[in-house]
Ligand binder design. Structure first.
Ligand code: NAD
Ligand code: UD1
Length: 336
């Protein structure tokens, strides 16, 4: 199939593109490198031994999209492009809604005009807000989001549900839990611009001597050791989930929503200890106040993805941290 991948140079998109190429799909990437680098694409080419068809540009650019859809028979769109920082979304509110919501509407509109029905969307467990219970299943209440980033994902999900009801599109919404790790080659991985916000990129900076210590946001949560518990999922497992979603859309219509998680939660302290055992590197850390908006614990019920997508996360926390560390050693400052 010929797949248009928005944000294909980014962390998740680059790993998915590699999987798509490995499965024999043809890929066209559109990316403006606002949070990524062309080097990721060079590394995909090296790993896949295929040349990449990519367009430098904004996925919300109507003319660019018309050109792409006019010149190519696109079978499906995988939509990764967007802004993803919770904290930044609270100060750059309009930028977030424009880039995440308004541009997605433009993209969907162009798809409709060109009769492209299949759409796979990167959503997030953040749409569950503060979950009433764990593990979280797809039927749990959504919408209790506390920041514009999360709300942008929630709004798009609502739009996609409406489109599905109107029988205009066939859609898979994927709610990611906490993607971490890197391709086992160590050639592609997460490359945040500026100081990292998320746990594993920050921990890697400390391990590499780039930052002095890791600040643990709170040790008084009602969890087994007081620190937050999350469902960390290896980026390669996440990537495989996208390819399975594409297969699923070959035989299923309408809108479907799946959690992509392992079904297991690890605490911040457990993750640190696992990393220390694997690498023999001590991670200096101290406790600080809870981060506003954080929840105590969050892990997925992945039963639906297991059953319907025939997908299961296979890699362990050790795999995630080993692969992340290999990537960090190869590219201590990412691509920048
Ligand atoms: P990323 O920032 O690494 O990748 C996004 C890519 O989109 C980047 O290459 C960026 O340059 C590109 N981009 C942004 N705006 C664009 C625009 N207007 N036009 C063209 N390209 C544009 O992020 P990621 O971690 O790969 O996340 C991919 C998607 O998954 C995002 O929608 C994100 O919200 C969602 N998601 C990510 C996580 C996570 O932990 N990484 C968790 C849940 C959901
Ligand atoms: C965050 C986002 C979420 C997004 C997800 C993936 C917030 C509030 N949530 O999830 O919307 O979908 O990333 O991009 O930003 N931690 C520390 N010290 C750190 C960093 C994190 O103790 O320096 C703790 C956090 O308090 C949390 C855990 O580590 O308990 C995981 O944090 P993080 O990696 O930022 O992911 P989430 O907050 O789960």
């Amino acid at each position: 199939m010929k797949i248009l991948v928005t944000g294909g140079a980014g962390y998740i998109g680059s790993h998915v593109v590699l999987e798509l190429l490995a499965q024999g799909h043809e890929v066209i990437i559109i990316d403006n490198f606002s949070n990524s680098s062309e080097i990721a694409l060079k590394h995909i080419e090296k790993l896949s031994e295929k040349s990449i068809n990519y367009i430098y540009g904004d996925y919300g650019d109507e003319n660019l999209l018309s050109n792409i859809f006019n010149c190519n028979k696109i079978d499906a769109v995988m939509h990764f492009a967007g802004f993803k920082s919770v904290s930044e979304s609270q100060t750059k509110v309009l930028n977030y809604y424009l880039n995440n919501v308004a541009s997605t509407l433009t993209l969907l509109h162009k798809m409709k005009l060109h009769n492209v029905r299949r759409f796979i969307f990167s959503s997030s467990a953040t749409v569950y807000g503060i979950p009433k219970r764990v593990p979280i299943s797809e039927t749990a209440e959504v919408g209790g989001t506390t920041n514009p980033y999360g709300t942008s994902k929630y709004i798009i999900e609502q739009i996609l549900n409406d489109l599905g009801q109107a029988n205009d599109f066939d859609i898979v919404i994927l709610r990611y839990f906490n993607p971490v790790g890197a391709h086992p080659s160590g050639l592609i991985g997460e490359s945040p611009k500026g100081a990292p916000n998320n746990l594993v990129p920050y921990l890697l900076d400390v391990a590499a001597g780039i930052r002095d210590q890791l600040y643990i946001y709170g040790n008084d949560y009602p969890t087994r050791d007081g620190t937050g518990v999350r469902d960390f999922i290896h980026i390669m497992d996440l990537a495989a989930g996208h390819v399975r979603s594409l297969d699923f859309l070959q035989t299923n219509t309408g809108v479907h929503c799946f959690n992509l998680g392992t079904g297991k939660g690890y605490s911040v302290l457990e993750l640190i200890t696992t990393f220390e055992k694997l690498t023999n590197i001590k991670i200096a850390h101290s406790y600080t106040e809870r981060r506003p908006g954080d929840i105590a614990e969050c892990w997925a019920d992945p039963t639906n993805a297991n059953r319907l997508l025939k997908w299961t996360a296979e890699k362990t926390l050790q795999d995630m941290l080993n692969d992340a560390w290999r990537w960090k050693n190869n590219f201590p400052n990412g691509y920048f």
